[in-house]
Design a protein around this ligand. Sequence first.
Ligand code: 4AD
Ligand code: MG
Length: 433
Amino acid sequence: MTIITIEHAGKYDAQEVTIRGWLYNLRESGKLLFPIFRDGTGIIQGVCSLKENPEAFEALKGLTQESSVIVTGKIRAEQRAPGGYEMGVSKIQIVQKVPEATPFPIQLKEHGVDFLLDQRHLWIRTPRQAAILRIRAEAVRAARSFMDSQGYTLTDAPIFTPAACEGTSTLFEVNYIDDQKAYLTQSGQLYVEATAMALGKVYTFGPTFRAEKSKTRRHLTEFWMLEPEAAYAELPDMMDLGEGLVSAIVQSVVKNKSRELETLKRDVKKLENIRPPFPRITYEEAVAVLQKHGNPAKFGDDFGGDEETIISSAYDRPVMVHHYPSAIKAFYMQPDAVRPDLALSFDMLAPEGYGEIIGGSQRIHDYDLLIKRLKENNLPEESFQWYLDLRRYGSVPHAGFGLGLERTVAWITGTEHIREVIPFPRMIYRVYP
Ligand code: 4AD
Ligand code: MG
């Protein structure tokens, strides 16, 4: 018997095939049963009649949700069925029956989100969650393939680090071997600055950690970041790379994950627009836009979610805001030559209120200036000696950015809260399951 996956069922019209999966739902109507099966690639409706297949009918009748099954039957086109095809079930083998006494905890009705998060290991079986995770995987694949195509070499940054990268207030301290102190990385940036001096154009893509006390729909304590870094690159080079990367990710998802976007009822037209060039405005222009909207923002303020939503709402694609005041940005950012109070930095804000998906900058390449900035930020010079070496031995202008994977996928999938776009979210009050 030909074993197929549900996503390819359409290729087997009028043929008898086998599907290995789980019983997602079962509707009983007298002498007819209408099961819905899922196998991780999609769902398909089945029909089983007592008259034609009494054995399969008896096995299926009353079968509990999420019991694992191997089913055989003929595929046929059916306009009204989800996915356009259904299966006439002729044979069913039950691999494990979920006991009636302990039914699957997630029923096909509305549940509270705290309950669902406690059941995250099971929640991911539902079509919406599975579609989001498939889109996340496509986004990762597309992002890596775009970076590789641009001549960037993957160099992985460490997770245990000796010092902060993005401010000491969100550091996770780890009790390392023999009472040495270490921290979970907030960003691989400092390390890709080193590999960029070794290999030219590089990136790292891995988990990063921030002890964020903020309980917003855009913050996780563990999230994935893609961080390119290039030697001899300046701020505009990174803005070009950022818009290319984000467009490539969105267009790959549109092209290869249309079924999933449909499951999520995502407005694909909004995604089809996402192509370069993206609008670019200065921080000072952004402040003026905010003031025009009656927002109290003034020069020197950092933008929060509300401000980012106002700024981005004027555009149908991501907007890049550049030249933020140095005072509100990280220690390593290169000041503008003409306006040293401004940093050669940019943030990319996603449309539809999803906020900052990229933060990046040109880096300080001058040794003395970097020392000065470390001191001003009360950062321990001893821990940064290796980083200072990059300014001692053949220092060059260089730049990079970090793209937050979950923020990007939340926007592409139209998901309200980023906790749903990572298999197992870590948040201020959640490390289970
Ligand atoms: O703007 P951030 O803090 O930049 C950096 O970490 C730089 N060192 C990156 C670099 O230049 N190599 O973070 C970059 C992105 C943000 O734009 C956002 O998308 C995401 O990382 N991000 C978070 N995502 C989820 N939860 C959080 N707590 C996040 N903090 C940042
Ligand atoms: Mg940022």
